[in-house]
Ligand binder design. Structure first.
Ligand code: ADP
Ligand code: ZN
Length: 210
């Protein structure tokens, strides 16, 4: 099963992705994670990506598409995979259609009013990528999943979040119609807790794999 997680920044894609990946044994492919890994290792792609990410803009389609095309042909993707944060433009979706057959697109719908607080209060595990929120951490500075150190992403500040939201509305939101027209869209409301959202997604995935 090949699935796409769609949604605005702060919709909870990454959080659900790690739960889905654990429960359904699907490799979790996050273009954002791949870019951050490249930035950390100071690769050529990382250097290029950083200039866009720090401004809340999208990394150019050619670069992003190539990364995904190379990733989904790896042996661990043979039985399926989950894309998180890709595609983010119509051009990326069209490129993906040429190399993959997508079975389901999960669109995570969240109130825009919740996003700023979610993202600016987010802390991420340096080692496994799990997301937390300062209000539930109670001062903890390490990951309860793997013990890794938590940090705040550089693009999780009010100014950059504003531009990420504008980019989402202009370039990514049209994908909802794109996949609806193909009959692949599953909408899930993501205003509640991660557990509530996961329950709805799991119900859908369970009915799907039978
Ligand atoms: P979020 O969904 O919280 O914004 P991501 O980790 O998915 O976070 O992405 C972080 C940044 O990485 C984006 O703001 C963008 O600059 C870049 N990026 C990630 N995925 C893509 C993509 N498919 N196309 C272009 N840029 C991307
Ligand atoms: Zn961790």
């Amino acid at each position: 099963m090949n699935i796409i997680l769609l949604g605005a920044p702060g919709a909870g894609k990454g959080t659900q992705a790690s739960r889905i990946s654990d429960a359904y044994a699907l490799p979790h492919i996050s273009t954002g994670d791949i870019f951050r890994e490249n930035i950390k290792n100071e690769t050529e792609i990382g250097l290029l990506a950083k200039s866009y990410i720090d401004k809340g803009q999208l990394v150019p389609d050619e670069v992003t598409c190539k990364i995904v095309e190379n990733r989904i042909v790896k042996p661990d993707c043979e039985k399926g995979y989950m894309l998180d944060g890709f595609p983010r433009t119509i051009a990326q979706a069209e490129a993906l259609d040429k190399v993959a057959k997508i079975d389901l697109v999960i669109n995570m719908d969240v109130d825009f009013a919740l996003i700023m607080d979610r993202l600016c209060g987010r802390r991420v595990c340096k080692d496994c990528g799990e997301s937390y929120h300062v209000t539930t951490l109670n001062g903890a500075t390490t990951c309860s999943r793997c013990g890794g150190e938590l940090y705040q992403r550089k693009d999780d500040n009010p100014e950059t979040v504003e531009s990420r939201l504008a980019v989402y509305s202009q370039q990514t939101a049209p994908l909802i119609e794109y996949y609806k027209a193909k009959g692949l869209l599953f909408n899930v409301l993501s205003n509640g807790t991660p557990e509530e959202t996961f329950e709805m997604i799991a119900k859908k995935l369970d009915s799907f794999s039978k």
